[in-house]
Write a protein that binds this ligand. Structure first.
Ligand code: 3DD
Length: 426
């Protein structure tokens, strides 16, 4: 793990200027994070801290990285998905001196090589999306754990994984669950995923959504957003679920609910958003209509069982970027998007800047909180997963409202007293 300053590996440094223009676009639409940058670039509370990040390299992530650096941090970075790196943005970051290891279309070995390079400088903070970095530290470089003050985790699947690790007593430093902040999951997961997933489907196929049977597997925060936006585009939305309350909500939103065994026969476009594996498997592929489009917007590429699709194909050919045609029995053509990886980042640009603004403001403030732990101003148990305080949620939401030019009421003393007065009946 020999570290040399200023190293990086990106596709092509010549793409930097195009990437810089995209980063400037994102900056103009992330006012909350930029306000935090303005505030903390003066005091530099992250000076002396080394943050290793593993999160999709997009124009929005670049704004987060450059905010962390403006606050004094030394930052190394890898992408958290082999197909989600924006090569132009990666080049712009490298040109600015960020030690970044990321390029679009890397293979799995390269993916882990990049994570390992980001660990060469022995970080004392980690920032993750899907927990692959934290997992690599724990499993392959346990000697680094004692130097690490704590970490942050961006996504539902990652938080789930870390809570399981913690319950098993295997997590060896504290992690803040950024995903579980209301100003993250109730905006990024719903509105971000809703728009960016359809963006990915449309960029990869240019298919008409209106009138089509769109099957959304999973009606959690992400699936709800996708279903809501597909409905808005005129699709007939079908939801598959395993959780009765979620399925009931979908029904009350006017969507049909049925098992995948039924939906497979009538669906035109399938989008998995469950976080679990084997949602669309062999027996479903046998039922798909000619021309069916299948894709995933969950963090990992396990929701569509691709080996069982491959074993059924007569031929496979690439129709266009991120759209592969599988010829199945009965001359049925089935289209898999982005190799079953998260279609919103692999075939589009991920969530819009406006919604990532709050997700990454939570990331930034959570890194500052870990510095407080290092300074003894807050105590966190090594091995626990911590939530973000409601106060932070309300503060960020209020900041965001301000940037939108919206203002709200405030409770009067009397109203506050009434709300606490359990004796006040009808
Ligand atoms: N994610 C979605 N869009 C993103 C973007 N524009 N930049 C960086 C990351 C982006 C995924 C994460 O926000 C996270 O919400 C997740 O994976 O849940």
């Amino acid at each position: 793990m020999d570290h040399k300053e200023g190293q990086y590996k990106v596709r092509d440094l010549k793409l930097a200027d195009a990437g810089r223009r995209q980063i400037e676009w994102a900056e103009s639409r992330m006012p909350v994070l930029m306000k935090l940058r303005e505030t903390y670039s003066k005091t530099k509370p992250l000076a002396g801290y080394r943050i290793a990040g593993c999160l999709h390299v997009t124009k929005e992530t670049a704004v987060l990285i450059e905010t962390l650096r403006a606050a004094g941090a030394q930052v190394t970075w890898s992408g958290c998905n082999p197909l989600s790196t924006n090569d132009e943005v990666a080049a712009a970051l490298a040109k600015e001196g960020v030690e970044i290891y990321a390029w679009y279309g890397m293979n799995v070995d390269e993916f882990y090589w990049c994570i390992e390079r980001s660990l060469d400088f022995h970080p004392n903070l980690t920032l993750d999306d899907g927990a692959d970095l934290i997992f690599t530290v724990h499993n392959k470089f346990p000697q680094l754990v004692d130097e690490i003050i704590g970490g942050t985790e961006e996504t539902t699947t990652g938080v789930h994984r870390l809570r399981s690790m913690s319950a098993d007593g295997k997590l060896r430093y504290p992690v803040i669950a950024v995903n579980d902040a209301e100003t993250k999951w109730d905006f990024d997961n719903v509105y971000g995923t809703g728009q960016s997933t359809l963006d990915g489907v449309i960029r990869a196929t240019s298919v008409l959504l209106a009138g089509k049977n769109v099957v959304v597997a999973g009606y959690g925060h992400c699936g709800k957003g996708v279903a809501m936006r597909a409905k808005g585009m005129g699709a007939n939305v079908i939801v598959t679920e395993v959780k009765p309350t979620a399925a009931l909500k979908a029904t009350l939103e006017g969507m049909r609910v049925m098992p995948m065994d039924e939906a497979a026969k009538i669906g035109d476009i399938f989008i998995t958003a469950t976080g679990v594996k084997d949602v669309i498997v062999g027996r479903h592929f046998d039922l798909l209509k000619d021309g069916a489009i299948i894709c995933n917007t969950g963090h990992y590429d396990c929701e569509i069982n691709i080996p069982e699709l491959e074993e059924r194909m007569a031929t496979k050919r690439t129709i266009r970027q991120n759209c592969e045609e599988y010829l199945l029995s009965g001359n049925r053509r089935v289209y898999l998007l982005a190799q079953g990886r998260l279609v919103n980042l692999a075939a589009a640009e991920g969530h819009p800047s406006e919604v990532m603004d709050m997700s990454f403001a939570n990331q930034f403030l959570s890194q500052l909180r870990l510095v407080k732990v290092d300074k003894g101003e807050e105590v966190m148990e090594r091995g626990l997963v911590y939530d973000i305080p409601n106060e932070q949620d309300q503060e960020l939401a209020a900041l965001k409202l301000e940037t939108i030019g919206a203002s709200i009421d405030a409770l009067t003393e009397e109203q506050l007293a009434y709300s606490m007065d359990y004796a006040a009946g009808t």
